[in-house]
Design a protein around this ligand. Sequence first.
Ligand code: PHE
Length: 443
Amino acid sequence: MSKEQRGNWGSSVGFILAASGSAIGLGNLWKFPYQAGRNGGGAFVIIYLAFVILLGFSLILGEMAIGRNGKKDGYSSYEHLKKGWGKVGLLGIITSFIILSYYLVIGGWIIKYLVDFLTNQMTNDTTVHFNSFISSDYSPILYLVLFLVTTSAIVLKGVSGGIEKASKIMMPFLFIFLIIIVIRSVTLPNAMVGIKFFLQPDFSKITAEVILSALGQVFFSLSLGMAIMVTYGSYLPANTNMVKSSFIIALLDTFVALLAGLAILPAVFSFGYEPTAGPSLMFITLPKVFEQLPFGNFFGFIFFLLVLFAALTSAVSLLEVSVAYLVDKRKFDRKKAVIFLSVVLFILALPSSLSFGRFHHKIFFGQNFFDFLGYLTDNIFLPLGGLLLCIFIGFVWDKKEVEAEVTNNGKIKFVLLKTWLFLIKYIIPIIIFCILLKSIGIL
Ligand code: PHE
């Protein structure tokens, strides 16, 4: 297949926006603030930052290098470098597909809230509002289909004409809107209590649970361990400085997570609510805050619009991983691949959507279907993918080739090259391994 048919990024800014678009998503805006709220605020944030520095940047760079070298989907890029290792890429592709199936459900909820704020239909009792919506049969499915169709339409238009273009439009708005909401939140009365909770670590609150959650969150938020950066890296030209790009992507993602915390937690504290609500923080607690603000509907609308943009650019990357696999390896044309995958995704998303209503029974290891998928991907598949990635780069891929790939054949000065290799070979796998044992209950 010629390069043109496969697709390429139009520019390096476009690539960085698309890759950050993948990283910045519900993980930053929805999950990070509630995880911080539930896991002791600053204690969680500091462990999270330590993991981003220690392994976030390194793994992004590693995945990207594999993709650019292999120039193919997640499976074929690994396989091209070493026969038999394509399975690691395949694990990533399957993981991203599973994540997308439940990501769609939340994406649908976001659209519903956007519509409610726009049409002034947010009710005072946000708990009832949320619970009655998510537990109904049809309405959440309708919204998830809307979200799915939008995602598919973008992916259908290809790499530079669809994904890159959409990211270039949506990402700048996301930043602007987020800053507006942060300014609103931190200037509320008593906002300082929330800011302190979020940024001042209380070290006594660091527990194994907090560490485990922080690691899972880093993987999820940076889109690691599931061949996303391999796929996005495969559309890169040979002269891109991947060291710099990886650094910028990790930085932007972390920046947005911190901003999201500052957008949500000070407001929650200011109105006297608990930060520990968990997943419902954004859907029950935050709308209560908007309800009480002057021009609350406006702020609510802006907020959910930015979350929608973030969610879409991430969902697009999740879908692209599987599309690339079908196009590169199975010789589908892009349109057929997108339509086929969308239908399968729709079917797979149904039990997740119904997990909050008709299908709420906790029959999957004590969890409902939705929670079970989340647990499986965040705590097992993603770390496992990350671990195998480290082993692959550290011990399987020829060291000279690795070095040549990340430094563009010596043209780029990467002063931390040796440190990076050392981290990937020894430190990161050990950390992930311990945490993996912990998450399956052995440690
Ligand atoms: N990183 C995205 C987020 O923070 C989610 C995601 C996970 C996207 C995995 C792609 C792959 O929401």
